[in-house]
Design a protein around this ligand. Sequence first.
Ligand code: B12
Ligand code: SF4
Ligand code: SF4
Length: 305
Amino acid sequence: MSALSRKVLEGLKAKGWAGGIVPFERARDLESDIGPLVEGGLVAKAVQEAYLKDFRYEAREQLSDPRSIIVIAVPQPRMRVHFTFHGKVIPAIVPPTYANAWTVINGAKAALEAATQDEGGRFEKATLPLKTLAARTGLVRYGRNNITYLPERGSYHRLVAFYSNLDLGVDQWQEREALPACRTCNLCKEACPASVISDDRFLIRVENCLTFLNEMPSDRPFPEQVRTDWHNAIVGCMRCQDACPYDKAMKDWTEEGERFSEEETLYLLRGEFSGPYAKAMNEKLERCGLDLTIFPRNLAALLGL
Ligand code: B12
Ligand code: SF4
Ligand code: SF4
C-alpha cells in the first residue's frame, strides 16, 4: 500500500469511518458483477428499472482524469420521528441512511479533499453498486439478508464512493465474502415478514421486499399479500437488521427527529402537497431525509388505517 493511500485511509479512520480503494478500471469489473445477475433474471426488471439502470460505470462521465475509486462507510444511527393521531403521540422509525444523506456525502468529500490538499486531490461522487464495491475491497461482508456489515460496527452505515484524480497505488480487489455466522444462522430469514430471504439463492427477492414496496411512489398501493403488521418504519424496514446478532450493539443507536402535530399528521395523510404549507412541510421532511411522495400510503399503513 502506498504512503498516500495509507494517509487517506488513516484520515478516514480518525473520523470513525472506514475506507477501501481500487483503481478506476475496476468500475468495469463491478459492471461484470451486476450485469449477469440482471441478464440471468436474478434481479427483477422492476428493480433494474427503478435503481440499477442509474449506475454509471464509465468513470470519465463524472471525472475527466479518474485514477482511483474510494469507497467509504460512514456509521449512521436510525432516527425516531413522532406523529400525533387521535390525540396520541406515535413514534415511527426512519432506518439508518435515509436521514442526512447529503450531509454525509458532502462531509466525506470534504474530508478526502482536506486529506489530499498537498497532492491536489479531486473527488467526484461515483454512482456505482456500493455494497458490491465495498465488499470487493474487503471493507464489508454480506449478510444473508444482502445487507453489508462492517466487521465490528454492524450494518448501520451509509456507503459512498468517489472517483479521484489521484493514483493511490493500491488495488484491494478481492472475493466478496459472507458473514461467518450466516452459515448456521436463520434469524433474518425467520424475521423477514415478506419471506424474501431463501435457502435456494443468495440474492433476496427484492421485488417483494417491503422496502422496495414502500419506496415506490404513494399512488402505487401495497400488493395484497402485505399485511398491516408488516409495517415497522415510515419508509424501509428494520426487521432483518433488528434480528441480526451483528447489529446487537447498534440496536439502540437512535437519534431523535422531527415531531408532527395532529394537524401536520392529517395533512400528510391527505396527500395534498401544494401551496406554501407544502413547502414548509417538505423542508421539515427533508431534514429527516424523507420524501413527501411516499408519505400518505406509508403513514396510513403504519397507523393501521
Ligand atoms: C437498489 C437498492 C435497494 C433496493 C434493492 C436492495 C438489494 N438487496 O439489492 C431496495 C429498495 C429493496 C433497498 C433496500 C434497502 N436498502 Co438499499 N440500495 C439500493 C442501491 C441503490 C443498489 C443496491 C444494489 O446494488 N443492488 C443490486 C444487487 C444485485 O446487489 P447486491 O445486493 O449487492 O448483490 C450482490 C450479492 O448478492 C453478491 N452475491 C451473489 N451471490 C453471492 C454469494 C455470496 C456467498 C456472497 C458473499 C455474495 C454474493 O452478488 C451481487 C452483486 O455483487 C444501493 C445504493 C448504491 N448505489 O449501491 C442502496 C443501499 C444498498 N441500500 C442501503 C440500505 C441501508 C437499505 C436498507 C437496509 C434500508 C432499510 N433498512 O430499509 C434496505 C435493505 C433491504 C435488503 N435486505 O437488501 C445501503 C446499504 C448499507 C448497508 N449497510 O448495506 C445502500 C448502500 C445505500 C447507501 N448509500 O448506503 N435498497
Ligand atoms: S428489509 Fe424487511 S422485507 Fe426486506 S429483506 Fe429485510 S426484513 Fe425482509
Ligand atoms: S441474522 Fe444471521 S443469517 Fe442473517 S445476516 Fe445476520 S448473521 Fe447472517
